[in-house]
Design a protein around this ligand. Structure first.
Ligand SMILES: [Zn+2]
Length: 154
């Protein structure tokens, strides 16, 4: 199974999108304990720094930790190199890097302007319309950070 990733650069950070790919078998696709993620990755010591945040197929373990009066869920995701069901190699490669800073800045600026207008207006109707627009922009901005399919835009 081959997964091609696009690295997006913006706002002094970066995120990843994946190109449409086909799972090696149905079993891995339906296996709830295996996820594709770039978060909470537990790497072996010989992992290169550049690779630490590249999304991987992982076996995911979540446990509830209790300490004194606190309780929280901790998730550890262990990258796998081979499909545990069919044994095929899982190949993950960053094939492109795209700078989307301008688009990100533009959306953030629009959002700030709308929000300012929203706080200033006396009309309830206008306010709810503006809120709705701000919400849509928030979704678009959040989408920059999500690990989701690359649709070739921004
Ligand atoms: Zn498989």
């Amino acid at each position: 199974m081959k997964i091609e990733l696009i690295r997006l650069k913006f706002n002094n950070t970066h995120s990843y999108k994946y190109k449409l790919f086909t799972h090696c078998c149905n079993k891995i696709q339906n296996d709830k304990a295996i996820i594709f993620t770039g978060e909470d990755l537990i790497h072996s010591d010989d992992c290169l720094d550049d690779e630490r945040y590249v999304p991987q197929f992982c076996t995911s373990h979540t446990e509830v930790i209790t300490s004194y009066e606190d309780e929280w869920e901790q998730t550890n995701n262990y990258p796998i190199q081979f499909c545990p069901h069919c044994g095929k190699k899982i190949d993950i490669a960053v094939v492109d890097e795209i700078d989307v800073s301008d688009k990100y800045k533009e959306l953030s600026k629009q959002r700030d302007e709308l929000w300012r207008k929203c706080q200033r207006t006396d009309s309830k109707k206008k306010e709810s319309e503006l809120r709705e627009q701000v919400r849509k922009l928030d979704d678009q901005i959040n989408d920059f950070y999500e690990l989701c399919e690359w649709k070739g835009e921004y």
